[in-house]
Ligand binder design. Structure first.
Ligand code: ZN
Ligand code: MN
Length: 466
């Protein structure tokens, strides 16, 4: 029997604003001291009044425009009542009847709506005590709800990853799942049965794995003629199975009603949508396709490069520089040095493209020198490390360090010394053991500290030995 899964996602994203949703407290997810960014408004003291953050509304509108959604003509905030100790007001300010964005589409998945709300505080359980930190209470939160158009676990992760790239490109959210800035809930049903909500998935991997396991669990139940119960489940990565968190209490009554403290508003009166649309950056999908065409990269290479918008900008800048003095330049070499050598060095020093000392221009100069054969790959590695450390141009480093590939005539005296010092290897070579020359090449490389090219060293040695 065919078992068809239907999956919808609910994705929460913390917005990248300076301040919280309804007060002037700082919105800083990196703050580790508890209850530092709090005030009477986000602590829900009686008599305080919320004032909506215009920037947060703008970021949701931008996201809606990027995803092809319709912006509400009129919107308002609702109160969603429920009791939990991380929610000081006893209700969350959210949107239900008039969300900011309706419709839109991403990767063939229809978007039901996108709304704006506030985040809750954080509970910390320590032994017998539970502590509450309200730094996160009132942080602007965007919730995106899809239609149940997804039909596989891979698609769950694919959609979530692409959304993460988009909100990062548009500058809406850092969307770091480990930091809780992006939270993915997966609603799974099979063959028209009841819907199960998967929560507390803290990585793309766990979202995908949980969805896969849950599809299998439900399909097996259906094949055994058992009824799938509507409930909330979590993910046990060690066991590789979803686990019951709580049975669905008879449909929640959140008693949604318009918040009387916040007047309804007309988004079009706040922003010019054409201006916002025009200011959207090129989106990841379009950029990937352009990178494939323009720089001759493969699909997976373009994906790897454009995943990080700063890396992609650095590459483009360097590529245009490289082409100014080597017009027919092959950008593949640039790509390879960027994703392997440069990235490798950056990872070791914990740096990002936003804060390295090397400019795209210097990096392009380095690659040009490798292309022209001025630098061997060995020298290039050292020069690149020095560039990152000092911020200097490869020209300057080359002058200071006297780095150049040695010409054969410069290699000759060194190779003669090596031959004189390694009588046994020379005997072996003459006796027909051809691998002995590899040893001698290695000695020349070591003596010249990598300024010799192995092929050139081998040629010079052969000449001496013949
Ligand atoms: Zn506050
Ligand atoms: Mn929500």
């Amino acid at each position: 029997m065919v078992c068809t899964p239907k999956i919808g996602l609910e994705i929460h994203l913390e917005l990248k604003t300076e301040t919280k949703m309804f007060c002037g407290c700082r919105n800083d997810s990196a703050e580790r001291r508890p209850n530092v960014n709090v005030c009477p408004i986000c602590l829900a003291h009686p008599g305080t009044l919320p004032v909506p953050n215009r920037r947060a509304i703008e970021l949701v509108v931008r996201t809606g425009l990027a995803l092809g959604g319709r912006i509400a003509g009129r919107s308002h905030f609702d109160r969603k009542s429920y009791f939990y100790p991380d929610l000081p007001k006893g209700y969350q300010i959210s949107q239900s009847a008039a969300p900011l964005v309706v419709g839109g589409e991403l990767m063939g998945v229809r978007i039901n709506h996108i709304h704006l709300e506030e985040d809750t505080g954080r509970l910390l359980h320590a032994g017998d005590e539970s502590l509450v930190d309200f730094n996160r209470a009132g942080v602007p939160l965007m919730e995106l709800v899809t239609e149940p158009d997804i039909t596989s676990a891979e698609q769950v992760a694919g959609f979530a990853r692409e959304l993460q790239r988009i909100v990062r490109y548009v500058g809406v959210s850092n969307a770091d799942m480990e930091e809780g800035e992006m939270r993915v809930e997966v609603n799974v049903s099979v063959s028209g049965g009841n819907k199960v909500e998967l929560k507390n998935l803290n990585s793309f991997r766990s979202a995908e794995d949980a969805a896969r396991a849950e599809i299998a669990r439900q399909c097996e139940m259906v094949s055994k003629k058992k009824k799938v119960v509507q409930e909330t489940r979590g993910w046990d990565a060690a066991k590789g199975e979803t686990v019951l968190q709580r049975a669905k209490e008879s449909a929640h009554d959140y008693r949604y009603f318009p918040d009387p403290d916040i007047p309804p508003f007309v988004p079009a009166e706040l922003f010019d949508f054409d201006v916002l649309r025009a200011s959207l950056p090129e989106l990841p999908d379009a950029r990937r396709r352009r990178f494939e065409k323009e720089y001759g990269l493969h699909e997976d290479e373009a994906l790897l490069l454009t995943n990080d918008g700063d890396a992609a900008n650095f590459f483009e800048h360097a590529a245009s520089e490289l082409r100014t003095f080597v017009p027919q330049s092959d950008c593949r070499l640039l790509y390879n040095y960027l994703v392997s050598d440069l990235r490798g060095l950056m990872e070791r020093t914990g740096k990002h493209f936003a804060d390295i000392r090397t400019t795209p221009e210097s990096f392009a100069h380095l690659v040009a020198k490798i292309q022209s054969g001025t630098f061997s790959s060995r020298i290039a590695k050292d020069v690149l490390a020095a560039m990152l450390e000092t911020g200097k141009d490869p020209e300057a480093i080359e002058r200071e360090e006297g780095l150049q590939i040695m010409k054969e005539d410069e290699l000759l005296p060194i190779a003669k010394d090596i031959v004189a010092e390694n009588a046994q290897a020379v005997l072996d070579y003459r006796a027909g053991k051809k691998s002995a020359i590899q040893f001698l090449v290695g000695q020349v490389m070591a003596r010249t500290k990598g300024q010799a090219e192995p092929d050139a060293a081998r040629e010079v040695l052969k000449r001496i030995l013949s």
